[in-house]
Design a protein around this ligand. Structure first.
Ligand code: SF4
Length: 175
């Protein structure tokens, strides 16, 4: 017996004109409905990985900050979550990886790259702000299609030396 397919995020089937008629909260809720099975339908070269810069090892990080591109990781520590997850996405052939110091740069990156799939590692607050930004980009017409989006919540948040379950994040990246 075959397993029935999981429900898919239905935002991509809506036009911008239709989305504009919906309250932003409703658009945000729909954006947050995607599953790993949905993401698996998107080729790696149409996906973007967003990482928060607070995951770096603050006591040894060799990365440089770039105003346009975010943190430029130098791969100084093989145990650093940023190194592990960025490498995993690059090996899969992701369209891009952005290590962002905040939502403004992340939103600009999404607007420029227009991914069809998005894996975003973030804290609760940034997840909410990210949904808000995606909803606004869609209703403004800045994005032609809603990316299939998987959020992986930080297991320890704060602004410095945060943590994520690397296995959970890799499962999303590799989906
Ligand atoms: S691996 Fe990259 S992000 Fe992590 S501490 Fe080193 S330079 Fe910083």
């Amino acid at each position: 017996m075959t397993t029935p397919p999981e429900p898919v995020c239905d935002v991509p089937s809506l036009s911008v004109a239709e989305l504009k008629k919906l309250p932003l909260e409703e658009v945000k809720a729909m954006l947050n409905m995607s599953s790993l099975a949905d993401l698996a339908t998107v080729p790696a070269d149409e996906r973007v990985l967003l990482l928060p810069h607070c995951l770096r090892r603050s006591d040894r990080c060799q990365a440089r900050q770039n105003r346009e591109q975010g943190l430029l990781c130098q791969d100084c520590d093989e145990t650093c979550a940023i190194h592990i997850l960025r490498t995993a996405a690059q090996e899969q052939g992701y369209l891009g990886v952005c290590i962002a110091p905040g939502g403004t740069l992340a939103a600009r990156y999404i607007k420029e790259h227009k991914p069809h799939g998005l894996v975003a590692i973030a804290c609760d607050k940034e997840i909410d702000l990210g949904l808000q930004a995606l909803g606004e980009m869609l209703t403004n017409g800045d994005l032609p299609l809603a990316p299939i989006t998987i959020f992986v919540k930080l297991s320890r948040d704060g602004c410095v030396d945060t943590e994520v379950n690397v296995d959970q994040a890799r499962a999303a990246i590799d989906a």
